[in-house]
Design a protein around this ligand. Sequence first.
Ligand SMILES: Cc1ncc(COP(=O)(O)O)c(C=O)c1O
Length: 394
Amino acid sequence: MHVSDRTRQLTPALIDEIKLRTTALRRAGAHVINLGQAIPNLPPLTQAIDAARRALDEDETHIYSPDAGLPALRRQLGETLRAQNGIHADPNSEILITAGANQAFLTALLTLLDPGDRVLLPAPYFFNHHMAVCLAGAIPVEIPLDPSDGFQLRRRELLPYLNPLPRAIVLVTPNNPTGAVYDPQELNDLCQELAGRGIAIITDETYQHFVYEEARHFSPASRPEIRDQVITISSFSKSYSMTGWRVGFLVAPADFVQEALKVQDTMVICASVIAQKAALGALQAPSTALAQRRDVLAQRRQLLLERLPRIPGLSWQPARGGFFAFVQVAGCRDSFQLALDLLQQAHVVTIPGSLFGPYGEGCLRLSYGAVDLSELAQACTRLERFFGTSLTFH
Ligand SMILES: Cc1ncc(COP(=O)(O)O)c(C=O)c1O
């Protein structure tokens, strides 16, 4: 069968190779510790599960919702966004419920971009974003961020990329894969500058509830003077452990959402209705639930703060967000092979930095989302042993 150039140009998901090898090792009886998954292993909130159970008996669960999503969910989300992010969005016209943040992202791109448009991607980047930009026929322009600056996005690093004028920039804060939380003041200044030049700001805030120490999350759409240039994307996947439910959202100016609804209708019509009802349940839970989840992850991060410096050859500027340590490995030139060796010899799953683009090469992403404290400690011991005895890296 013919396959379009558009699809063929995408890099295949190399992560699958790691998953296959992990399964094979487990089948053979190995105890494999997974620092690969970008998922918190905490259970979903009972409020979400109860709402889904109740929804089974409601007729409207079994039919399409409005394309933009259930009005009750959009209303509740509007209130949550106001309280948590300072975003004032009209639930009737500025919020679109999607089948996860990835679908929200592709919907945003297909609505925004013409073929050949340039899209700035601070790098290393979340690989699905790169794939989506290519699928939309646009040109990803990578802005390498400095590891020794904790992968912060700085105005001075961005300026050289504004000519020719890009159509959009993609911001992910807290970041996957680096865990960086962009400095609010710097981010605000940068967004003011970009919006002033008519560059759309697509901000993926999927990890907003995972910020530690004195780091603060900032939503560009909270600034009234630039909100007409901002598309905010987020998800219930990580904040509420609902990756399997496939529910996320997009917030943008009403005229943009009106156009995005055509893409939404073509792609999915609407997000799964039972998932929307579960998401509504999650939003109605006391806000302390989110803080408790964050605290669990903060403890794991604390353990990495103590243990990673002891591992020979690894360096990490402790990041304050998400549940990732994006570590540099001295002498590493093939992080994919290194991750395979680590899996084979130490039975620890990590994600090669090169999966997040060429500027991620030489690094590994360690996720502390899906391991409890004792497993994480054990993984660190294995890493210490592996790197202590590996004299040459790839
Ligand atoms: C930055 C970022 N955005 C979006 C997603 C996907 O989210 P969803 O499950 O809502 O599609 C992920 C998943 O890892 C992610 O890291």
